[in-house]
Design a protein around this ligand. Structure first.
Ligand code: ZN
Length: 115
């Protein structure tokens, strides 16, 4: 294996809807990952497309959104499994954030109007 060998190939054919990235909000993409695309195994993974460095990031690795290179749990054997995991993860994080924001803003909603 050489360093120039492609480990990722984007899935360009039609696939199920992908939730936007729950961390940064950009569109997600479906990819295949394998060290050997000829003999497999080939894993599928949905990834955030935000790989641009932003402040305060200052290292070569780990630039961009946290889900630009998602953890191992996002890698699945089948497209439907990878999409299902990504979409469920994204919806769960969004729901948690919404609930916490709602609770955090409760004092503002219940404040008596100023005279
Ligand atoms: Zn992202």
């Amino acid at each position: 294996m050489t360093l120039s060998q492609e480990l990722y190939k984007q899935v360009t054919e039609d696939h199920p809807y992908l939730e936007p990235c729950p961390v940064c909000g950009v569109a997600a993409e479906l990819w295949q990952y394998s060290k050997d695309f000829k003999d497999g195994p080939i894993q599928k993974v949905v990834m955030c497309t935000n790989g641009e460095r932003f402040d305060p990031q200052d290292c070569v690795q780990g630039e961009g959104c946290l889900l630009y290179m998602p953890p191992d749990s996002f890698y699945r054997g089948r497209i439907i499994e990878a999409v299902k995991y990504w979409n469920a993860y994204a919806k769960a994080i969004k729901a948690q954030r919404h609930k916490r924001n709602w609770e955090r803003c409760k004092p503002m909603r219940t404040q008596e109007p100023k005279p």
